[in-house]
Design a protein around this ligand. Sequence first.
Ligand code: NAG
Ligand code: NAG
Ligand code: NAG
Ligand code: NAG
Length: 808
Amino acid sequence: MRGHHLGFAWTTVFALFILYFGGVAGQVRYSVPEEMAPGSFVGDIAKDLGLDARRLVTGKAQIFSKNGREYVDLDRERGHIVIKERIDRELLCAGAMSACSFSFEVILENPIELYRVTIEILDVNDNSPVFPKNEIVIEISESATPGARFTLENAVDPDVGLNGLQSYSVHPTDHFTLKKQTRSGSSKNVELLLQTPLDREKQEHMYLTLTAVDGGNPKRSGTVKIHIVILDANDNAPVFTQDSCKISVPENTAKGTLLVTVNATDADTDSNARIQYYFEHATAFIKELFSINASTGEITLIGGLDFEKSSIQEFSVQAKDRGGLSDSADVIIEVTDVNDNAPVMALMSYSNVLPENAPPGTVIAMINVQDDDSEENGKVTCSIDSSLPFKIKSSLTDYYSLVTDSELDREQISMYNITVTAKDGGNPPQSSSKTLSVKISDINDHAPVFEHETYDAFIMENNSPSLSILALRASDADLGPNARISYFIGESDFRGTPVSSLVSINSESGVIYATKSFDYEQVKSFSINIKAQDGGSPPLSSNVTVNVFIQDQNDNAPQILYPVQSGGSAVAEIVPRSADVGYLVSKVVAVDVDSGQNAWLSYKLLKSTDRALFEIGAQNGEIRTIRQVTDKDAVKQKVTVIVEDNGQPSRSATVNVNVALADSFPEVLSEFSDFTHDKEYNDNLTFYLVLALAVVSFLFIVSIIAILSVKCYRWRRERMFYKSGANLPVIPYYPPLYADVGGTGTLKHMYNYELCGTTDSRKSDMKYVRPCSQSVLNVDLSGTRTVPRQSNAVEDSVDCLEVRLHST
Ligand SMILES: *[C@@H]1O[C@H](CO)[C@@H](O)[C@H](O)[C@H]1NC(C)=O
Ligand SMILES: *[C@@H]1O[C@H](CO)[C@@H](O)[C@H](O)[C@H]1NC(C)=O
Ligand SMILES: *[C@@H]1O[C@H](CO)[C@@H](O)[C@H](O)[C@H]1NC(C)=O
Ligand SMILES: *[C@@H]1O[C@H](CO)[C@@H](O)[C@H](O)[C@H]1NC(C)=O
C-alpha cells in the first residue's frame, strides 16, 4: 500500500489541486464481500450520485485510485461499478482488525466534477485456523505434578470477527486439559494443563490432538499433533529378581570361580537405572572369601571354602541405583563336603623289635586315625596286607592296634615292613599309609646242626702230632651269640684212655688235630664224639660221631719166624740123599705186621750153593728140591732167601737156610762142626725150659686161686648191685699174629718148641694149627676196614704155624 502511495505521488498532488479548485461534489459508500468474481456488480453510481446516465459518458468519467491499484472498474454506459479484480480482504488489509475499505475518486470533465466513492470489503470465512508447525513436541518429566501448565503455540486465522479463531480443544483428555480461555478469539497463548500424574514406566509417549476452531459458518478448524515425551525420574528403586538365592558349592571349588550372579532390575532408564551391587554389612571374613562385581553382580570366590570350618556362608547384597534407591537380597552359600582330607595316622606307641617267640596277639603298635571329612568321607577303615602274620584290630573309635596273628620265625623272615593303609569311605576314597618296620629278634630256638650225620677221617699212621685230621662244621640258624658255635670233644674212653688224649679240637674252628702219632699196627680206628654248642642262654647243642681210621704205611719189614736166626746158622735141614724131586726141604715162614699190600710177602732165592738143586715157592716160601740129590752134591748146602713185602717202597728180610744132604745125623754133625756149641746152648735151653715150666705151674696155681676168690667176691657183689656191661675191661690190643688167647702167662705158640730126633720127618714136619689161624682172621676182620681185597690177600698169605723143630 505504501508503494502505491509513493508511486503515485504526483496523482495525489494532482487530486489535492482539484480539491483545492473545485471541491468534492458528492460522496457515495458501498459494501461488498471479498472474493467477488470480476464483473460482479458493486453499485449503481449514476443513480446514487444523482447524475444523468449520459453525463458519465459525456463527462468521460474515470476512476482515479490514489494507490494506483484498481480493484473495481466503471461501466460508463450503465453507470455501474463492477469488480475488476478479485479482492482478498486478508490481503488488502492484513492484520487489520477493524473494518477494511478502500476509496477512489470518480472524475468527470466538462465540467470537472469529483466524486468520492468508498468501498468497504466485508469479511468472508475463507481461512481456517493454522498452526505454525504440524507437530508440537513437549518433554515433561514424569515427576511433574498435576496443575503444571505447558504453553502451546497459537493457531492463526486471518479472518476477522466471527470468522476468526474462536476456540481450542484437545483430545484425548485423560491426562491433560486446556486451560480455560478468557475470551474467544483472543490472541492469548493456549496452555496445556496436567490433570493426573504421569508415569514414564507406564507410558513413555503420549500423542494428543489440539484443534483450533473459528466461528464462521461453516466453521473452519485446524489441528496439530502434540507429542508428549515423558522424561524419566528416578522414582523406582532397583528390585532384585530373587529375594534370596541359595546355592550349593563343593568345598574344593577353585579360587576365582563365579558362584552366582545376583540381578536386580530398575524400572527407570539410563542413569537412573544404573545399578551397582555391594555387600551389605558383610564381615571381613565374608569379604575375604567372596567378591562382588559392582557392575555385574557376579559373586566370585576369592578365598578357600572349608566345609569342616563352616558349612554355610550367608550374607546380603545390596543393589543401588544412582539416585541412592536400593534393595537387598540374601545369598546363602551352602558348602558341601568333598572328600578332600586324607585320613591322618599318628603312631601312639610302637615297638619295632619283637622276639620271635612272641605269642599271637602281641601288640606291636597303637595307631590313631583321624579324618576331618564328615559322614562317609570321614569313615576310616585300616588294613594291612593280609599275607602278613599280623592283623589290625580296632580297639576304640579312631584307635587301632597292630597285633601279631600267628607264630613268628626269625629264621624264615627276620623283618617285616608292615604298611598300614587307612582309607576313608569317600568316592573316590582318600587314603594314607604308614610303613612300620618290625625286626624279629632272635631266640635260641635252633640247635647247631652238623653238615653230616657221621664223619669218617682217614689219616696215615706215623703222622706228625698236631696234624689236622678233619674240619667239622656245624651251622646254627639263629643269630649272634645264639649262633656262635663252640666245639668240644665228648667224654669217652678208648682202651682206657680218654679220647681227649688222642685228639684235640679247636673250639672255634672245629678243626680236629691229632695230639700224637698213631701206629696202625696198634690202633686201626677209633671214634670220637664231637659236641657243638651254641652261645645261647640256655645253650643248645648237638653231637656227631667222627670215626678216625688210621691207614697203614709200609713201616714194618717182614719178620722171619722160621728158620730162627740165632747166633750162627747152626740149624740145618736134613735132606736124605735119596729124596725125590720136589722133596720139601723147608719152609721159610715170615710175617709182616703191616696189612694189605704192605703185608703181602713174596719169597725168592737170593743165593744158593747149588742153584739147580733148590727152588722156593714165591707165595708159600716152601723150599723144594728140583732134582735128584746125587752123591756128588756137597753135604753142606746154604740157601739165602729174601722175603719182600709188596709195599711202596717195599721192605725185605733175608734168611739163610742150612741144608745138610745126609742120610744120618752124625754125618751131619761132622759137617757142621759148630753144632757142639749149639748143643750146650740146647742143654741150657732145656734147663731154662724146665725152670720156666716150674715157675709157670706155680703161677698158674696162684692165679687159679686168685680168680676163684675174685669170682666169689663178684658173685657176692652182684647180688647187691646191677652189673653194668660198661664195666667190662677193655680187651687189650695185640697184633694179630701175636694174639695170646689165653692170656694166662703161658708161652706163646711160636716159642712152644718140641725137639724130636726122628728121621721120618715127612709127615710131621709142619702142622697147621687151624684154631689159631681162625683167631687171626677174627682179629683182622674187626680191625680192618680199609681195603677188603688186600685183606683177603693177607688171609691167604699169613698163617699161624706151630713149628716143630727137628733136632738130632
Ligand atoms: C536380570 O534379569 C532380567 C530380567 O529377568 C534379565 O532380562 C537380565 O538379562 C538379567 N541380567 C543378568 C545379568 O542376568
Ligand atoms: C566387573 O565385570 C566387568 C564385566 O565383566 C569387568 O569389565 C570389570 O573389570 C569387573 N570389575 C571387577 C572389579 O572385577
Ligand atoms: C623294609 O624297608 C627297608 C627300608 O625301607 C628296606 O631296606 C628293607 O629291605 C625292607 N624290608 C623288606 C622285607 O621289604
Ligand atoms: C648225643 O646225641 C644223642 C642224640 O642225638 C644223645 O642221646 C646223646 O646223649 C648225645 N651225647 C652227648 C655226649 O651229648
